[in-house]
Design a protein around this ligand. Structure first.
Ligand SMILES: Cc1cc2nc3c(=O)[nH]c(=O)nc-3n(C[C@H](O)[C@H](O)[C@H](O)COP(=O)(O)OP(=O)(O)OC[C@H]3O[C@@H](n4cnc5c(N)ncnc54)[C@H](O)[C@@H]3O)c2cc1C
Length: 383
């Protein structure tokens, strides 16, 4: 696998992080969205890395995006801005959008002038996303949307929402349609506070109460919404895997430094075999996750279906990140239990990775279905 290193963008990300760290920490503490950092990321071109230059993007390849996800992966609230904007909103727009839709949204999203959100999950439709209840009724040259979405990243900060709604409930997953809905159309949102991790990331509920959306805002055709949702999640899962790699990298780096500095029994704790065993397992989890992630990206870039590889990378890397964060706290001893030490945040932030964009259980069912040809979900589909 020949992988472009993208040293420059990695270096740019590291310089950005030097300044961003204290600002992010202050926002994490207040559970506030870090607007100044989101704007800076937009200015640096981080929010449209692989979007074409003629549409306001940086025009780089997908590997550059992976590099950025790795660099920012240790700061999950920032990594989340990258991945929601690009994997969950720009990717479906670039893949399924009409020329008019691309021109209307991509430049502003890619430059970070506006943020986007991906609104699939509902209170009664999580893993079983196909059972969503939000309705879209056709009314002349408009649709009228009725329903509510929950746990939506960027709900309170986005200007454009990719909303999945049923246009034809009789047709199951084939009756789902994706809509580009603007806040100005009358979307109401409320914040969801008190998250275990990702404390500076915005999460909220989205209420669609008689929201009128013109027909030309259907993304990918009527009845094609579930296809759009799942194709988007393939990219989303790969980007979460890359973010998990970044989180592990940060946790290992901090742990190595700490193990060399902290002395007990007259020597650095790094000199103890059991501490080295932790470090070795961390390194193994990190590198195995990276290889699975790169394998999924390589297949995606060959233009082949990569659902299996994306699920494997996401499952392994997200579980591995939790193991690694656990070991990082263990190496830090009691100090690791205090927020003053960054590993405490990494431990909290790692937890989301096995939950969203398909829980670990759902990834196993996706992998199992590929192996056996039998879908064991029991319901309509999967998120
Ligand atoms: C911080 C955060 C941000 C999020 N951002 C977004 C977003 O931007 N857009 C969006 O649309 N959604 C978002 N989500 C929602 C997320 O994708 C869902 O939480 C996830 O899909 C799981 O759904 P659920 O929470 O309803 O859990 P449930 O589906 O109720 O699952 C509960 C448990 O049951 C298990 N389970 C369910 N079905 C099966 C099965 N068939 N076999 C075995 N086990 C099963 C699950 O694995 C899990 O362990 C976000 C969630 C969080 C917490």
């Amino acid at each position: 696998m020949a992988i472009p290193e993208h040293k420059e963008i990695r270096e740019l990300a590291r310089r950005f992080l030097e300044e961003a760290r204290p600002v992010l920490a202050a926002h994490e503490e207040k559970e506030a969205f870090p607007w100044p950092l989101a704007q800076k990321m937009g200015d640096l071109g981080f929010l449209g890395v692989f979007a074409p230059e003629e549409l306001g993007g940086a025009g780089l390849d997908f590997w550059a995006y992976v590099a950025l996800l790795e660099e920012l992966g240790g700061y999950a609230s920032l990594r989340s801005i990258l991945s929601v904007q690009q994997s969950l909103v720009l990717t479906p727009l670039l893949t399924f959008g009409t020329e008019g839709q691309k021109r209307r949204y991509v430049p502003r999203l890619a430059r970070g002038e506006i943020l986007g959100a991906y609104a699939l999950t509902e209170p009664e439709a999580g893993s079983d996303a196909g059972s969503l209840r939000t309705r879209a009724y056709r009314n002349g040259d408009h649709y009228v949307l009725e329903g509510q979405k929950t746990f939506i990243s960027h709900a309170n900060v986005a200007e454009v929402f990719l909303v999945f709604a049923k246009t034809d409930p009789e047709r199951g997953n084939r009756g789902i349609t994706a809509f580009l809905v603007e806040r100005e159309d009358g979307v109401r949102t409320t914040p969801l506070k008190g998250k275990l991790g990702l404390r500076a990331a915005d999460t909220g509920m989205v209420f669609l109460e008689g929201v009128r959306v013109p027909r030309d805002r259907v993304l990918g055709g009527e009845g094609e919404g579930f296809k759009v949702a799942l194709a988007t999640l393939d990219t989303g899962r790969v980007s979460l895997a890359a973010g998990a790699v970044g989180l592990m990298q940060r946790a290992l780096g901090l742990s190595l430094r700490y193990a060399q500095e902290r002395r007990q029994f007259g020597r650095p704790i790094a000199a103890f075999q059991l501490v080295q065993a932790h470090l070795a397992e961390m390194k193994l989890d990190l590198e195995a996750s990276r290889l699975l992630t790169y394998q999924a990206v390589a297949k995606k870039l060959q233009g082949e279906r990569y659902t299996l590889e994306a699920s494997m990378a996401k499952l392994f890397a997200s579980e591995a990140a939790n193991r690694v964060a656990y070991r990082a706290v263990q190496i830090h001893g009691g100090y690791g239990f205090f927020e003053e030490y960054e590993v405490a945040r990494l431990y909290r932030d790692a937890r989301i990775l096995t939950l969203y964009e398909g829980t670990s259980e759902i990834q196993k069912l996706v992998i199992g279905a590929h192996l056996t040809g039998i879908r064991a979900f029991g319901g309509h589909g999967e998120a």
